[in-house]
Structure formats: structure tokens, C-alpha cells
Design a protein. Structure first.
Length: 101
């Protein structure tokens, strides 16, 4: 199962951590994993292009992103990404879970 955990306090997204495998399909052909990976890599690339104070940690089977900036654009990106992942959860909840820390 993919687990997406986010921290949201006082009206701001502080972090998002995504880990695990959906195990929906054959390794390398899992549509849920591919979808979440596309969302997360697009998010990381967009954040990198902004040059804001954002920490990105990419490990085997886990991505953690923490916002240390005051950027509204970064917050808007967080909101969009979490909405996208929740949309996948709505259809494939047996394979992906979104939690607020």
C-alpha cells in the first residue's frame, strides 16, 4: 500500500511524505504507483524550479518534502498535489491511503 502523510497546521502545509508500493499490478507496470510517481516527480521538479526554501528528500521507496518558505505558490502546489493523491485514493482506497499527521 502507498501511504501519503501530510502535516497541515495553522492554515499551512508543512510536509508531505509518500512511501510504499500499491501492489495493484505487476512491478514496473503498476498504474497506481506510476500515477503517484508522476505526481510526486512533477511536484519535486516544480519546487526545484521555484528556488524556494523547500527540503526534498528522495530515498528508496520514500519521498519527503518539507516547506520552510513563506511562498504561497509552494502552498498552492502542496494543495494541488494532495488533492490529486486523494483523487486516486477515492477510486483505489485499497491500495493508497492519505493521512493527516
Amino acid at each position: 500500500m502507498i501511504l501519503a502523510k501530510f502535516r497541515h497546521e495553522e492554515g499551512r502545509y508543512l510536509s508531505l511524505q509518500v512511501s510504499g508500493h500499491a501492489e495493484y499490478g505487476e512491478y514496473g507496470k503498476d498504474l497506481i504507483c506510476a500515477s503517484v510517481s508522476s505526481i510526486m516527480f512533477g511536484f519535486m521538479n516544480a519546487l526545484d524550479a521555484l528556488n524556494e526554501d523547500v527540503e526534498i528528500i528522495q530515498e528508496e521507496n520514500r519521498i519527503t518534502i518539507a516547506d520552510h518558505s513563506d511562498s504561497q505558490v509552494v502552498q498552492d502546489y502542496f494543495e494541488l498535489v494532495i488533492m490529486q493523491i486523494k483523487t486516486i485514493e477515492a477510486s483505489y482506497g485499497d491500495f493508497i491511503k492519505v493521512e493527516r499527521k
